[in-house]
Structures are given as C-alpha cells and as structure tokens.
Design a protein around this ligand. Sequence first.
Ligand SMILES: Nc1nc2c(c(=O)[nH]1)N(C=O)[C@@H](CNc1ccc(C(=O)N[C@@H](CCC(=O)O)C(=O)O)cc1)CN2
Ligand SMILES: Nc1ncnc2c1ncn2[C@@H]1O[C@H](COP(=O)(O)OP(=O)(O)OP(=O)(O)O)[C@@H](O)[C@H]1O
Length: 197
Amino acid sequence: MDRKALRSALRGRRRALSEFQQKQAAVGVLKQLKQLPEFSRSQKLAVYLANDGEISPECIVRHAWNEGKSCYLPVLDNHDKTKMHFQRYTSETVLLPNRFNIPEPILDLSLCIPATELDLVLMPLTAFDVSGGRLGMGGGFYDRAFSFVKTATKPVLMGLAHECQKIESVPMADWDVLISGVVTEDKAYKALKQLPK
Ligand SMILES: Nc1nc2c(c(=O)[nH]1)N(C=O)[C@@H](CNc1ccc(C(=O)N[C@@H](CCC(=O)O)C(=O)O)cc1)CN2
Ligand SMILES: Nc1ncnc2c1ncn2[C@@H]1O[C@H](COP(=O)(O)OP(=O)(O)OP(=O)(O)O)[C@@H](O)[C@H]1O
C-alpha cells in the first residue's frame, strides 16, 4: 500500500474506536509512559490535542502539570503554511480551531520556545512500526520541525498511538525523521537500530 492509502486506512481504524475505548486508552498510555526515564527526566514536553481518533494525551498533560513539568502545543504559523511553533500550554490557555479544525492556542510568539529546547516530543501519528517508522497526517509539519534531530541529541521524539495503528513496516521517505519509540495503551516500543541518546 502507498502512504496515502495507508494513512487513510489507519485513520479509519483509530476513528472506529468507541468513546469508552478512547478513555481507557488515554489512561493506559499515561501508565505506560510513566515507566520511561525519558518521561520522568523531561521538564519541557510537547503534546497535542487529540483529533480524528488520535490517542489523547489529556491524562499525560494533567499528570505533567501536577509534576511541575511544562507542556507545549503545536500552533500553525499565521503566514508560512508549512511551519508550526510550540507554545506554552496551561489550564488558562484559550484555544481556537485552526484551519484543520484542531483546537490550538492563539499564536503568541513570546510564549513559544525553539524546538531545540524541548526535552521530549509526544507526536501524533496515523501508523507506526517497531523500527522508528512513523506516518503522520501528511502535512510534513513534524518532519520539518524536527529534521535537525538527525544530528542532535535533544529532544527525544516519541510517538503516541493506539495498538491498532501498528503495522509491519512504514514506507519511509527521505525526509522522514526516525522516532525513538512509540507508547501505546498497552506497551512502550523502543526502536532498535538507533544510536543511544
Ligand atoms: N492533534 C494534532 N494536532 C496537530 C497535528 C496532528 O497530526 N494532530 N499536526 C501534525 O502535522 C499539525 C496539523 N497537521 C495536519 C495536517 C493535515 C490534516 C488534515 O486533516 N488533512 C485533511 C485535509 C486538510 C484540508 O482541509 O486541506 C485530510 O487529510 O483529510 C490535519 C492536521 C499540527 N497539529
Ligand atoms: N524536512 C523537510 N523539508 C522540506 N519538506 C519536507 C520536510 N519534511 C517533509 N516535507 C514535505 O512535507 C510533505 C508531507 O510529508 P509526509 O507525508 O512525510 O508527512 P507526515 O509525516 O505524514 O506528516 P507530519 O510530519 O506533519 O505528521 C512531503 O511532501 C514533503 O515534501
């Protein structure tokens, strides 16, 4: 299957989950993530607001806030249609739907930090494999924002997904950034074949 067909099939799978399954998954993914030192160590954490059946980081965000960690949300740039920023997210943040109808903070550059300052990025995805392959929504936003990670030690890139989004092998493109692992409601997959960070 090509990337477009895969994306569409896997989006269907995650959208088919019931509200109950989504709630359970949001609880499970926090339980799994809490066991990882990459999470315990992180102070600045990029998250997202679940859309289109994505596994929800809401329990992770609440836990992170309680632990005194700072959370950041992706916010699309007002002019450059290929760019996104990471803006501080607190319980006070006002959210408005962006052009994809995903809620996001109103862009305020003074509340944004460079991607290089994040410790851990929890990335949404449509499909993943156990070797660090990731397929997103097709905008290339995450691939562009974190292309520097190939030569850097920070941040750690980790996908969040439902088990039903795991496939044998994601067909990768040149620009795709490998991720260090994926956390699902059931387990944490650490990608092998990558240099230790
Ligand atoms: N929750 C969440 N937030 C996110 C992302 C994400 O994947 N998940 N993004 C990760 O990149 C960015 C937004 N990227 C997106 C790219 C494409 C589509 C999308 O729905 N595309 C439609 C057609 C879009 C259109 O109306 O033109 C589609 O494919 O059907 C959505 C988000 C930033 N915020
Ligand atoms: N580092 C990059 N520099 C320039 N263009 C890029 C880069 N990364 C991706 N792109 C462009 O973005 C487009 C979409 O890429 P791709 O299909 O891999 O997105 P995705 O991984 O599904 O989405 P996302 O990264 O937003 O979750 C590609 O056509 C590619 O040309």
